[in-house]
Design a protein around this ligand. Structure first.
Ligand code: CP
Length: 327
């Protein structure tokens, strides 16, 4: 029944519990079985910044467990645009909801909102700060992808590439990886978009090794996981400033084949930027078996179903109905 605002709230036991419930959600996510375990419950799904996956998978997860969703999309549709505080907004909307998922462009805004909320709040991304549910689905994906090839999180090398300054998913994922032993990090970014010092010190305090570089080629040969990120153009002071970094690091089939191991798993939280001169992950890898990006998105549904079930205390009550044949 508590908020999920930062990965710092989680320990290994909590993460393993989420993964175990997420795995049990598979037949419901695939619509092979259905459940009404959240019948009558309402999710307030508040997205004050653009989203495809996170918003729709929170809503789908809640629907698949039998609950209903109340959506607020965009700052302009909310009285926040009239100067109302996050606290008042939370006081009001939490009395209409059993749980709230929220994304907002400002760091720590979701925590601020949670202070006024009478129901659990789940952070769907707060500015450049954190994206804890993404980090959980990323870690769940890493564990599954590595296990399929007999590898483990402990002992792995992860290369994180791109905008490590504004990319909130890499901040949260790095911190979750601090719960494991012997992970080595290769951080590839322009110097101006380096991983924040606070995250670097968390990684170092966990005893992990870090290589920091601004060169992609020649630094990927040890990577078990290659985690690409988009330049977060919306966080730059101007488009001109963002343009300096457009297309700086691009992975395509030729670079992958030349510079990575044959079993390097390619990940990206998505969205990837498909615009000319910007795309960091080429379509020529779309059918590569090691490309895990859409499996990440599928795992996101399982993780969010698990988080709702655990937060609302119904994880032990998943009754099962077979899917009617004529659906
Ligand atoms: N990965 C992710 O957060 O995607 P959206 O911005 O589309 O929700």
């Amino acid at each position: 029944g508590s908020h999920i605002l930062s990965v710092n709230q989680l320990d290994l036991e909590a993460v393993e519990k989420v993964f175990s419930v997420a795995t049990r959600m598979t037949p419901y996510a695939l619509r092979q079985k259905r459940t009404t375990v959240l019948d009558g419950a309402v999710l307030g799904n508040l997205f004050f910044e653009p989203s495809t996956r996170t918003r729709v998978s929170f809503a789908s997860a809640f629907n698949l467990l039998g609950g209903r969703v109340n959506e607020t999309v965009g700052m302009a549709s909310s009285s926040l645009s009239k100067g109302e505080s996050l606290y008042d907004t939370a006081r009001v909307l939490s009395s209409y909801s059993d749980v709230i998922a929220m994304r907002h462009p400002d760091s720590f805004s979701v925590s601020e909102f949670a202070k006024g909320s009478r129901v659990p709040v789940i952070n769907g991304g707060d500015g450049a700060n954190e994206h804890p549910t993404q980090a959980l689905l990323d870690l769940f994906t890493i564990q599954k992808e590595l296990a399929a090839g007999g590898r483990d999180i402990s002992g792995m090398n992860i290369a994180m590439v791109g905008d490590l300054k504004f990319g909130r998913t890499v901040h949260s994922l790095s911190r979750l990886l601090c719960m494991y032993k012997d992970v080595s990090f290769t951080l590839v970014s322009p110097k101006e978009l380096a991983m924040p010092d606070s995250v670097i010190s968390d990684i170092e305090n966990a005893g992990h090794k870090i290589t920091i570089t601004d060169q992609l080629e020649g630094n990927l040969d040890r990577a078990d996981i290659l985690y690409l990120t988009r330049i977060q153009e919306e966080r730059f002071p101007s488009q001109e400033e963002a343009n300096k970094y457009r297309g700086k690091f691009r992975l395509n089939q030729s670079i992958y084949t030349q510079h990575c191991k044959s079993n390097t798993v390619i990940m990206h939280p998505l969205p990837r930027d498909s615009r000319e001169q910007a795309n960091e992950l080429d379509n020529d890898l779309n059918d590569h078996p090691n490309l895990a990006i859409f499996r990440q998105a599928d795992n996101g549904l399982l993780i969010r179903m698990a988080l709702f079930a655990l937060t609302l205390g119904v994880d032990a009550q998943l009754e099962q109905y077979e899917r009617p044949v004529n659906w």
